[in-house]
Design a protein around this ligand. Structure first.
Ligand SMILES: [Zn+2]
Length: 291
């Protein structure tokens, strides 16, 4: 029996991990499910977050690149490894820069088939992203290649604006508004040809050596420029671990646990689509208070 793969895609910070965690929380029996998490950065923050809602051995990480363009071989190797387990289903969290159509092609792999592809659009960012000269092609491509669009975040007006704006470019015409992410009944739509759009990204990882006063961290975050497309990670502060999540102008710090010592999880990833900012990105790393 072929194993269905459900793909959750969408731009950096669209809420893919949050959605997956909610589904895992409410799904009941998770036996036979594997969750594959592709993080574009070289540490896999999303996999760490997903592990909090699933068994350790159900979560598989693919880091340091995007499955659809730079680490295809790693993906094939993961599928080969998954095939040896008695699985019923795979949930695949794509990297934020992935082309859904390319992923669909890759999930059409011996022993596997893709179900519907869910693409998340962040209602608070979509209008800006769709016009942003660095990422508009990628964001529009992701919209166009979706089987199901999931509008996340934002007040209801932003959600309906996003839906209207996305409708101009997507092919989603199904009248059913609600889908079960874990339903394996529906296979992906016939393959669309993936367009060859390449959006380059720069990424850097900030390692932590010493705990940071929470105030210093907050000040550093406030000064973080808007061209940082995505920031995420864990930081040990003098008041315990904080999870940083940020996209566009939006930055958030939430309490995570009360760890006292710096460990492997305390790292932060920065991603930008503005590749000419390499020098400034280095300067930002140098100003990181946790080093
Ligand atoms: Zn890719």
């Amino acid at each position: 029996m072929d194993i269905p793969i459900t793909i959750v895609a969408g731009y950096l910070g669209a809420g893919k991990t949050t959605l997956i965690n909610r589904v895992l929380n409410h799904a009941g029996d998770l036996s036979g499910l594997a969750i594959l998490v592709n993080d574009f950065g070289d540490i896999n923050i999303d996999a760490t977050l997903v592990r909090e809602n699933a068994e350790d051995d159900q979560v598989f990480e693919l880091s340091n690149g995007c499955v659809c363009c730079t680490i295809q071989d790693d993906f094939s190797a993961s599928l080969e490894a998954l095939q040896k387990r008695s699985l019923k289903q795979v949930l695949f969290e794509a990297s934020g820069v992935a082309s859904p159509a390319k992923l669909r092609a890759q999930c059409t792999y011996p022993g596997f088939y893709p179900t519907r592809i869910f693409v998340l659009l962040d209602a608070t960012q979509y209008a800006r992203q769709k016009e942003d000269k660095y990422i508009c092609h990628l964001v529009q491509q992701q919209t166009r290649e979706a089987d199901v669009l999931v509008i996340t975040k934002g007040p209801i007006e932003a959600v309906s604006d996003t839906l209207e704006s996305a409708a101009e470019i997507c092919h989603v015409d199904d009248q059913n508004l609600f889908y079960d992410l874990l339903s394996t009944q529906q296979r992906a739509a016939p393959a669309l040809t993936a367009s060859e759009i390449s959006t380059e990204f720069l990424t850097t990882t900030l390692a932590q050596n010493t705990p940071v006063p929470l105030e210093d961290l907050e000040q550093w975050l406030v000064k973080l420029p808007e061209w940082i497309s995505r920031i995420k990670g864990f930081v040990l502060t003098d008041r315990g671990t904080r999870l940083i999540q940020g996209t566009g102008q939006y930055r958030e710090l939430t309490e995570h646990d009360n760890a006292q010592t710096v460990s492997d999880i305390h790292q932060v990833v920065l991603i930008t689509a503005q590749t000419h900012q390499a020098d400034k990105l280095n300067a930002l790393s140098a100003s990181w208070p946790g080093k």
